[in-house]
Design a protein around this ligand. Sequence first.
Ligand SMILES: [Zn+2]
Length: 341
Amino acid sequence: MIEFSEVSLEARAPDPSDGGKWKSVPLVQRIDPLTKKSSRILTGVKLQPSTKPELSELTDAGGFCPFCEEFFNSVTFEFEPEVVPAGKIRRNRAAVVPNIMAYSGYSAVGVYDTSHHFTKLEEFSPELLYDAFSVMVDHAKATRKARPDLAWSSISANYLPSSGSSVVHPHLQSSHDFQPTTSQMELLEGARKYYLENSRSYFDDLVTQEENGSRYIGKTGSVSWLTPFAPRGFQEIWGVFNRIADIDQLDEQSVADLSQGVSKVFAYYDSHNFSAFNFSIAGGGPDGDRLGFRLVFRILVRSNPEKFYRSDVTYFERLLDEPLLDVSPEEVARAVSEKFR
Ligand SMILES: [Zn+2]
């Protein structure tokens, strides 16, 4: 059994609605069973957006954009022919090209739709997502074939500047390295420890244990959707793959299953006035398969890109490494599951 441990921090604070009388306020610290990282679930004030942000000033086309079709072919480069013989990989309106910013052994940038400067959350159909994920996976397979030493792969995204994105035109990125990222290492080490103690996959057990529980959202084929017990950010949602341990093992069906689920998650975010997000799906490296590692699509929302917006990342997250959450994962799961019915 995976143990979900929670500590009551016994918070005391004056209550302004009761003349400043000191009271106990519910506050829990949750420890992630795999990584042992902690999060705090607060009660009271909700920081969730009550209205949709006005994005047109930010997202209206105009001027130069490297990911718009009129510029795309002339300003982006081809992959090295020994890695990707075709040079660029395209599928319908999606494309993947080399990232000119070298942040990984091989880093690529994919565009969901070169024919539209901005795609709103509610416009991401499963088909559009499928094309974009497919070109990223095709590039990952080609890279891993040409360079088997780059065994640590991930596909991730920032969406809108408040999430860290420097180009408004929606895109996704990949990394292929011979070294894992911190998170890849933590997840794999957790999976290794669990496998050595139980001879079973942590992620398979997580899905079995959470299925139909208060953090369970639903299934899209081979992907099970749930909220994590101790999230790393607001409105965090996970899609756990059945049996797949690495990016280069993704086949057409699993990419289609992922795309179905992501489209539903975007629809949920949109219906709750969220507009910016980060996601990542990271492979488990050379030992992942053997240790029962599974791909997990992890997504969370970021502050809406409004003028003078408040960042959702404070000293608590950046320096104390402990997210403060105003909505519990159980509340998030209940709300998202409506989109999965
Ligand atoms: Zn554009």
